[in-house]
Structure formats: structure tokens, C-alpha cells
Design a protein around this ligand. Structure first.
Ligand code: F6P
Length: 342
């Protein structure tokens, strides 16, 4: 099955992007005898005609590397151009018959719009946030989770010597997947995520009870997307996809807890540390499975779909279904984490 496919990575970078690119290229060229055009710098490269051919030799030695050999950006043809018209030239000049788009929520929505305008598109769910619907996991999540869990472990040992509350703020945008998994894996003593409103008085009472029972410290995981305490505003503006820039809400929560509990309360914001460095083995394997499945689908002529993992099986789902909602943490998982907050 020969043909020409394009591949791009857009939006925030994420550990495992290179594993997906390597797998797309190797599967397409070695297994299908097809050609691959790499688009540089996300949608920006597609709009401005910045491309490079990719073969098996171009993707050797990149499996373990963080970042993306193609580069990425937060430019969007519907925000910074006029949709399909602003990418048509690059598509036609390169003879691209199908485009593999590796991206998160915002990028996949753009891919969906392009497919509705007639461009054959296959999506691959990328984000440390794990918030894409219709897939059990996105690649990058496991790596970010490992980093967040290690941070909780490390914060706990330094906190132990003090009668302190330590807040560890993790990424995740509007959803609390990284926070909830890190709280469970790290044995945290409290958890604040956007899916469940928090009550500072209740949390403070719980932490005071805990310290009365002999604990000398508490580690609370805070998702960056939780609301700031009433009367406090934490704003950093809006990014190119229209998403609110987040980070630092824990600094607004800390004084409230300190005042209510009487315990010194300190903050660590993990930020982009969670997106950097080498992907975990899980993300390398998941990225490799996604990449090969996407190449197969693109070269089979599928369009308007996203590859996904469901109950450990590779499946393809309509992009529209994947973009319908942003997947959040459910009651059962949240309650499981809360079992240990005492
Ligand atoms: O969506 C991934 C993510 O890392 C979020 O968790 C975070 O809120 C956002 O991207 C940060 O984006 P940027 O790198 O543009 O600051």
C-alpha cells in the first residue's frame, strides 16, 4: 500500500512525541512502502510550507528523546489563518493524501474542522493531562505522573522534619488526572482537583485532626486548574487556542490553609518539569502503538478518526467523539484517593 502521508505535532510538547513520529515513519515506509512528509513546527509549518521528507534513517535514535524532532507551536489555521485555505498549498505541493495530527484537545479540534472541510486526517491523542475522551490513556501522562509522584515522595521526606503542610501543584489544565494519580501513588494526605469543589474549612479540619494524631507533616496535591479561594484572582491570560494559562493557584491557597490550621504551609509548583525529559517505558510503548496504528489507518484511507486505546486494545474512534467532551476524574477514583486522607 503506497501513498504519501504528512505528520505534524502541535500544541504543548509532551514526552513520547518522538516515539510516535518514529513509529509512524517506520511503519509507513518499511511496512507499507509509503512516503512521509514531516511538517515542521505544528500548524505553523503547514500554513507556511515548512516540511522535510522523513525516512527510517531520519528517525533512528529518537525513541528515548523528549520534545519533538518536528518542533511544535500553538499557531492554529482557524485562529491565525482561514482554515483549510491556509494549508491547502502545502498539502497539494507535497502530494499529501492523508495527514497524521499528533495533538491534544485544541489540536484535535482543529484536525476535526479540517477533516470536515475535506482534508483526510487521522488524530493521535497526545497530552500529559490525560483528558481526551474516547481513549483510556493519552501518551505523555505516565511520564508526567512519574515525575509528579517522585516530587510528592521527595517533598514528603523534607517535610517530615517540620510541622508543615506542603502543597505540590501539578499540571493538568482543567482536569485532575495527574493530581489524582500522583496523590494515590505518592500517598498524599489531601487532594484538590477542579472536578470536585473544595472547602478550605473542611480540609483544614482534616489536616488538624491528622496532626493531632501524631503526624508531623501533610502533603496535599493541588491541580493547577482548581479555582482560587474566593476573593483572590490568579490570571495569566489566554493562549492561542483560547485556553486560560494556568499555574500558581497553590500560592493563593497556602495562606488560607496556614491561617486556618496554624501550620506553616509551603508550595512547590512543578510546572514544565512534568513535560520534559525522557518518556517512561509505558509511554514509549503506547506512543509506538499509536504511531503504527495511525499510519495503518491513514494509508487505509480512513479520515476524521483518532486512534485510541480502550481496555488495552488499539481502536479507532470518530474525532468528533474524542472532541465532544474533556474527560475528567470520576467519583470512584476521587473517593479512592480520599480514603487515605486522615
Ligand atoms: O496541556 C498540557 C499542558 O502542559 C497543561 O497541563 C498546562 O496547563 C499547559 O499545557 C501549559 O501550556 P504552555 O506550555 O503553553 O504554558
Amino acid at each position: 500500500m503506497s501513498g504519501v502521508i504528512g505528520v505534524l505535532t502541535a500544541g504543548g510538547d509532551c514526552p513520547g512525541l518522538n516515539a510516535v513520529i518514529r513509529s509512524v515513519v517506520s511503519r509507513a515506509t518499511e511496512h507499507h512502502d509509503a512516503e512521509v512528509v514531516g511538517i515542521l513546527n505544528g500548524w505553523e509549518g503547514l500554513m507556511n510550507g515548512r516540511t522535510r521528507p522523513l525516512d527510517r534513517d531520519d528517525v533512528r535514535g529518537i525513541l528515548q528523546r523528549g520534545g519533538t524532532i518536528l518542533g511544535t507551536s500553538r499557531m492554529d489555521p482557524y485562529v491565525h489563518g482561514d482554515g483549510y485555505e491556509s494549508v491547502r498549498g502545502t498539502i497539494e505541493r507535497n502530494g499529501i493524501e492523508s495527514l497524521i495530527v499528533i495533538g491534544g484537545d485544541g489540536t484535535l479540534r482543529t484536525a476535526l474542522k479540517l477533516s470536515e472541510e475535506g482534508l483526510p486526517v487521522v488524530g493521535v491523542p497526545k497530552t500529559i493531562d490525560n483528558d481526551i475522551a474516547a481513549t483510556d490513556y493519552t501518551f505523555g501522562f505516565d511520564t508526567a505522573l512519574s515525575i509528579a509522584t517522585e516530587a510528592v515522595d521527595r517533598i514528603a521526606t523534607t517535610a517530615e522534619a517540620h510541622n508543615r503542610i506542603m502543597l505540590v501543584e501539578v499540571m493538568g489544565r482543567t482536569k485532575g488526572w495527574i493530581a489524582t494519580y500522583a496523590a494515590i501513588a505518592g500517598g498524599a494526605d489531601g487532594l484538590l482537583i477542579p472536578e470536585f469543589p473544595y472547602d478550605l474549612d473542611e480540609i483544614s479540619a482534616m489536616l488538624k485532626r491528622r496532626h493531632r494524631r501524631g503526624r508531623t507533616y501533610s502533603v496535599v496535591v493541588v491541580a493547577e486548574g482548581v479555582a482560587a479561594p474566593r476573593g483572590v484572582e490568579v490570571t495569566h491570560g489566554i493562549d492561542a487556542f483560547g485556553f486560560e494559562r494556568l499555574g500558581g493557584v497553590a500560592y493563593a491557597i497556602a495562606p488560607e490553609l496556614e491561617q486556618r490550621t496554624g501550620f506553616e504551609t509551603r508550595v512547590t509548583v512543578l510546572g514544565h518539569l512534568q513535560r520534559g525529559g525522557t518518556p517512561t517505558a509505558f509511554d514509549r510503548v503506547l506512543g509506538t502503538r499509536f504511531g503504527a496504528a495511525a499510519a495503518d489507518e491513514a494509508l487505509a484511507g480512513s479520515s476524521g478518526i483518532m486512534v485510541a486505546v480502550q481496555s488495552d486494545r488499539m481502536v479507532s474512534v470518530p474525532l468528533a467523539e474524542a472532541c465532544e467532551e474533556i474527560k475528567g476524574v470520576d467519583d470512584d477514583l476521587y473517593e479512592l484517593a480520599a480514603t487515605f486522607f486522615s
